[in-house]
Write a protein that binds this ligand. Sequence first.
Ligand code: ADE
Length: 349
Amino acid sequence: MRMDEQLRFEDLAPRLLNWYAGAARELAWRIGPQVRADGAKPDPYRVWLAEIMLQQTTVPHATRYYLAFVQRWPRIEDLAAAEDNDVMAAWAGLGYYARARNLLKCARAVVVLGAWPDTVKSLRDLPGIGPYTAGAVAALAFGRRASAVDGNVERVFARLLAAKDDWKTEKARIKRLVDTLVPADHPAEFAEALMDLGATICTPKRPNCGLCPLNHMCAAQAEPYPARYPIKPKKKIRPTRHGHVYVLFDGQGNVQTQRRPDKGLLGGMLGLPGSDWIEGDRPNPVLPSCANWTQIGDVRHVFSHFSLELNVWHAVGQGDGFWTPHNEAADSLPTVFAKALKLANGAGR
Ligand code: ADE
């Protein structure tokens, strides 16, 4: 750490921990600071599961899924022994489905190992565990002196430093700085406190600097508009893809479904039949000839790299293929298909 930063942030950890002792959020996967102080340790399985779910997902949304998962698969051995399709269906609606495939791979790898690895380096060898998750699990579950630097923590430090340099450079600087600031005696609470500060005070749009325990050492707070940090390169515009989705009901409570290929978008998830999704002009629909199709509207969905507009077609009829009871499909389909199913419901099934 640079000498000037060392001096400036000398009392960051004690101040943050002091604030956290009184302000910690109660979260389903969390052992609060009081319980930790009494010597309790969280189950690494639950820590890891929550961290995977919380990537790209809000706390309220992740909480519902977290509770359902730990009720159904309370231990890592239970998850490792689950059917792939059951886990994919339970993940439906959380998005970024590669996470669910890696979740299973990782659970099975840990069960084969016989125990969780407990260092950042050894955690990194597991499927789906990158630097952030390895740091978070090492600190939160094993009390290792490791940092968990995600976008929220980067925002907090971009402001503390009033980071104006190129964002890639600043991110590397922030990671190095946070690594040096983790207190050896309370790494878990330090990580959790930073998460809570980012979520409740140093928020993206309207930071509440008046309540911040770190405001006296914050460079951005002394400027007119602290929320301008972090200064990131402009995002590329998302292209739009178009396509069709064919919702076929059998008149007896089932809908025609398809399992998607393991590789690629929504890989391994249940899906509905339809066209390819392409940029530019909408492709012509190639409707299965088994029924009388009506076009009933559009659904839109935003993926990380593109937006999607699908024409929804509806019919009641017979056909070859795979049929799924309607309620099960509604629960197991990824959101874009669940939207199409919901729309088609209104047209009769
Ligand atoms: N965001 C990422 N990990 C988190 C955690 N463990 N608690 C709250 N928010 C988080």
